[in-house]
Design a protein around this ligand. Sequence first.
Ligand code: SAM
Length: 267
Amino acid sequence: MTSPHSPSGPVFSAPAKKQLGQHFLADRYYIDKIVMAVNPKDGDRLVEIGPGQGAITLPLLRVHPKMTVIEFDRDLIAPLTAAAEPLGELTIVNRDVLRVDFTELADGQPIRLVGNLPYNISSPILFHALEHAAVVSDMHFMLQKEVVDRMAAGPGSKVFGRLSVMLQAYCEVTSLFVVPPGAFRPPPKVDSAVVRLVPRDPASIDIKDHKRFAEVVKAAFGQRRKTLRNALNNVVSAEQFVAAGVRPDARAEQLDVAEFIALANAT
Ligand code: SAM
């Protein structure tokens, strides 16, 4: 009998490049879970970041035979093209994803981002994608579990922090499932997790000044053990705490996202 976790080797094999964060997914069970989480619908415009050897790309193409991928490693382009050819129409952009303008790529029609991200640059990729949130309908990313835990944490959690507030202010964040190191070749040192991010409608985000909001959140968590009165000493006045309805003797980790927004808007 086949185990639900039976390894599914890539259709072609190239040595992994550590400097490109290459950990190739090789477990059918988790690949299927990602495809089910993405659940592509007719007309969706899927864009995968870092297709590698096609572990997620090829199963996605089987259910949705047209997509775009962005891969930096030029050694992977020819074999990926050949593997995708019988399955559908794969457009490969051979570039550093951080240099790809998603707004230009979308060309007026929303895109859905997918990726088992290279962990060494996962935060820059995340923030790059968020800069283009207006053209991104959702994102399904595999990241280090520790990062996903921080992204999805709520007030009171030890890992609730700047990343949680900055992401949740702009996106709905759902941690979907954990993927163990053994699911990859070569295995990474840590657990991974898949997260779904759905950018909020800009009209529903009540932040008056985005730069100011980022500054207040940064300052509040910069000294997370201090009360907000002390951590935000030069940033928020006593009157502004009152106007925002936030207790100055609270700590940053006790505030929810709406309270951070109220605090920044009051300054
Ligand atoms: N999706 C494949 C999988 O799940 O097996 C590969 C995932 S691997 C963790 C990350 C992929 O991102 C690699 O294929 C790597 O070459 C690619 N990559 C690394 N840095 C990149 C960059 N700056 N721009 C685009 N792709 C990059």
